[in-house]
Ligand binder design. Structure first.
Ligand code: HXC
Length: 258
């Protein structure tokens, strides 16, 4: 029987999804992205899961899109088959939080996959980069768009124009990632963050993610209005009554996710 190339295991309300393509560098073949999309869609549909940790191997989160598969492509095929858009775009529509836990290489599509996640934490040995320019192409899954938003223009230009990778310490300093930990502590720390998120009310978790994401798509005035409407709508939830009652009664809230 064929081995699954994406493994999912549950840790309470947090799913741990591991890319395990057989090559520890996890080249992001269409098959690997399709398997990841399927795993994530199952998680989206499962009300018992509130957050996901996405990780790779000890050597790489992912070393980029599959160069073997891309090398012979022509424009007509890339365009008509909607290369990248066809499957990767499902990942940016996920509503539950996704935490990237990065060890080793996160290059090209691997760096872009990490940047599609909501929170990125990394081991000290992680390397983030957009080396596409060395292959004679531009990044294709958000490198030129998400990197400047996360790390600023100068860092993004440097990374995309030279193709040189940023070590985890630099990625932390420029705001691309939130935390650097020892390699052995990475999964435990990512799951700990996931559990901290997952103990909250699912509709509120989803609303918070939606509101933060909206800040990248709207003017400040529109974003503030969007947030205010979500804030107002929150008073329709049983979990608002429960959260505030629990605070006033000095006890832990028991959220019912509605
Ligand atoms: C296909 C890849 C691959 C990739 C590595 N391999 N990266 N195959 N696609 N992205 C393969 C190698 O060909 C080799 O296969 C095996 O994995 C081991 O790789 P080595 O190079 O021998 O390993 P190492 O010396 O440890 O170097 C690791 C590395 C290097 C620094 C990560 O492999 C590397 O530079 N890889 C390419 C990184 C890259 O350019 N990424 C961007 C891709 S373009 P064999 O068969 O020889 O063992 C991209 C576009 C994004 O991502 C578009 C939107 C998604």
């Amino acid at each position: 029987m064929e081995q699954p190339i994406v493994h999912t295991e549950l840790h309470g309300r947090v799913a741990l999804v591991r890319l395990a393509s057989g090559n520890p560098l996890n080249p992001l073949t269409d098959a690997l992205i399709d398997a990841l999309v399927s795993a994530m869609q199952r998680i989206e549909a499962d009300p018992a899961v509130h957050a996901t940790v996405l990780t790779g191997s000890d050597k790489a989160f992912a070393a980029g899109a599959d160069i073997v598969g891309m090398a012979p492509l022509d424009y007509a095929t890339a365009f008509s088959e909607d290369l990248i858009g066809r499957n990767w775009d499902h990942l940016r529509r996920l509503r539950k939080p996704l935490i990237a836990a990065v060890r080793g290489y996160a290059l090209g599509g691997g760096c872009e996959l990490a940047m599609m996640c909501d929170i990125v934490i990394a081991a000290r040995d992680a390397l983030f980069g957009q080396p596409e320019i060395k292959l004679g192409i531009v990044p294709g899954a958000g490198g030129t768009q998400r990197l400047p938003r996360a790390a600023g223009k100068s860092t993004a230009m440097l990374a995309c124009l030279t193709g040189e990778a940023l070590p985890a310490s630099d990625a932390l300093a420029c705001g691309l990632i939130s935390k650097v930990v020892e390699p052995d502590a990475l999964i435990e720390e990512a799951l700990r963050i996931g559990q901290q998120i997952a103990r909250h009310s699912l509709p509120v978790i989803v609303a918070v993610k939606e509101a933060v994401d909206r800040s990248f798509e709207s003017s400040l005035a529109e974003g503030l209005l969007f947030e205010r409407r979500l804030f107002h709508a929150g008073f329709s939830l049983a979990d608002q009554k429960e959260g505030m009652a629990a605070f006033l009664e000095r006890r832990t809230a028991r959220f019912v996710n509605r």
